[in-house]
Design a protein around this ligand. Structure first.
Ligand code: NAI
Ligand code: MG
Length: 495
């Protein structure tokens, strides 16, 4: 019998089991086996973590830390992430079936994120104001908000966590993290590195558990800001909870992003872009290009080329570098993806390829879904309106540029969009007309620590990445200094 790896939570610098000893298992989606167990945090644990973060913010060495000191710790963290790249990759693969070829390349990006926000810690944030008020000086300072709750999903557990933590810590906040119950271990392993980098006790805390732990954390009066990535449904609940005490929120939510192919595009390149747009990470990305909009003149030809290449996608063991697409991350998500495939069929969409689990007996234990393409989809179908979060592309026909824009924007979401065209003027027009937080021209899925990322409409509130992300973790304070008793005002004590 193999023994399960066992992990503990980080609260106030201590590695702890749950206060009542409860735990839950992490399941490997490739072989359906439990491989680790982690604590199931109780209300007491959540309360302890928030109080530790509050103490560290108000009284501990963190409250006196200089920007340079915070920058130094973030740089050390980046170095430690590189030193531990293999272990971080291994854990993510075990937890959510991410491919070795995808995670291996991510580690440098994670470290670069730390280095960028290390620099941001020392970047000028306040302003001297030109007030035109005689004998008055005014300036702003940006101060940390306080205790930040970071609640994260399972699809890119470490990247999406660092997108929050790096700016939060650079600005001087303290943090309580609640990772997804599907991927708690990668966050606990990363937390060791925060510890090792020298962040003081209580500055970074992790509580592990399912949705109710996240709900308790969001509702805790000691939390000043909630930074969340996940479903739009939960994002709305968090915003409602936060509204009761006017806690700050930033939300990075779902999408149903259009990937739009014009007849003047380089079509073989567009096919590859559409494929990686939807099937990378087994379709489990917020930015997935899940609605493929194709001009009527090239529609049949494009659908055929897309189907041909999709059929060649190699499913397999995530540890095999040849594997092009892995499993879905958890049973609930697997069931959801298959149920959406049935929804699409029942709505009259035409199944072009995929549509079920693969027959290969080597894949029998894994949560595999074939990469799936539906054509003859109209934008009013549920399969075109709701986020599937799996390897399912729907192809919608459009007549001209205006039609493409109106279909693309006819959605509750607004996270991202792709446009494939060789017409530079059209590219510029489309950038301006698409209601989405990111628009890619002749590419898809690129992100970088310098480039703001976030959604219009129900895709979220606020932006992550880019130098301004640090502002999401600060309050602005305005200071006025009277340099000459200038105001002839009856209420002025010196008038
Ligand atoms: P979810 O939104 O339920 O979970 C995200 C995080 O929120 C997890 O840490 C979870 O434990 C926590 N959570 C759940 N309920 C909560 C509550 N009431 N208050 C506070 N925190 C709570 O996402 P889930 O269940 O993992 O996936 C469901 C669907 O969400 C997916 O099928 C997909 O459509 C979407 N999703 C979108 C993501 C994105 O990047 N935009 C990421 C993950 C999921
Ligand atoms: Mg959920």
């Amino acid at each position: 019998m193999t023994t399960l790896e066992s992990y503990q939570m980080l609260i106030d610098g201590q590695w702890r089991a749950a206060s009542d000893g409860g735990s839950f298992a992490s399941i490997n989606p490739f072989d359906a086996k439990a491989w680790a167990h982690v604590p199931a945090a109780t209300s007491t644990d959540v309360d302890d973590a928030v109080k530790a973060a509050r103490r560290a913010f108000e009284d501990g060495p963190w409250s006196q830390s200089t920007p340079l000191h915070r920058a130094t710790l973030l740089r050390r963290l980046g170095d430690l992430i590189k030193d531990n790249a293999d272990e971080l990759a291994r854990i993510q693969i075990l937890e959510n079936g991410k491919l070795i070829r995808e995670v291996a390349g991510q580690t440098n990006a994670l470290a670069n994120h730390c280095y960028f926000f290390a620099g941001a810690a020392e970047a000028p944030l306040g302003e001297t104001l030109a007030t035109s008020v005689p004998n008055m000086q005014a300036f702003t300072v940006r101060e940390p908000i306080g205790v930040v709750a970071a609640i994260t999903p399972w699809n890119s557990p470490l990247a999406l966590l660092l997108w929050k933590l790096c700016p939060a810590l650079a600005a001087g906040n303290t943090v309580v993290i609640k990772p997804s119950e599907v991927t708690p271990v990668s966050t606990l392993v990363l937390a060791r590195l925060f510890h090792e980098a020298g962040f003081p006790d209580g500055v970074v805390n992790v509580v592990t558990g399912a949705g109710p732990v996240g709900a308790e954390l969001s509702a805790h009066p000691g939390v000043d800001k909630i930074a969340f990535t996940g479903s739009t449904a939960v994002g709305k609940k968090i915003a409602a909870t936060a509204a009761e005490r006017l806690a700050r929120v930033s939300l990075e939510l779902g999408g149903k992003s259009p990937n739009i192919v014009f007849p003047d595009a380089d079509l073989p390149v567009a096919v590859r872009g559409v494929i990686s747009g939807i099937f990378a990470a087994t379709g489990q990305t917020c930015m997935a290009g899940s609605r493929v909009l194709v001009h009527t003149d090239i529609y049949d030809e494009f659908v055929q080329a897309l189907a041909e290449r999709t059929r060649q996608i190699k499913l397999g063991n995530p540890l095999d570098p040849e594997t092009e697409m892995g499993t879905v991350a958890c049973q609930a998500q697997y069931d959801k993806v298959l149920s959406y495939i049935e929804v699409a069929k029942s709505e009259g969409a035409r199944l072009v390829t995929g549509g079920s689990r693969p027959e290969d007996p080597d894949l029998a234990d894994g949560l595999f879904v074939q990469p799936t393409v539906f054509s003859d989809v109209t934008n009013d179908m549920r399969i075109a309106r709701e986020e599937v979060f799996g390897p399912v592309a729907v192809v919608i026909r459009f007549a001209d540029e205006d039609d493409a824009v109106s279909i693309a924007n006819d959605t509750a979401f607004g996270l991202a969009a792709g446009v494939w065209t060789r017409d530079i003027a059209r590219a510029h027009r489309m950038i301006r007309r698409l209601r989405a937080g990111t628009v890619w021209i002749n590419n898809y899925r690129k992100t970088n620590h310098v480039a703001p990322f976030g959604g219009f409409k129900e895709s979220g509130i606020g932006r992550e990445n880019g130098i301004h992300a640090i502002e999401e973790y600060t309050e602005t304070k305005t200071a006025w200094i009277d340099t000459g008793n200038a105001i002839a005002d009856p209420f002025n004590p010196r008038a």
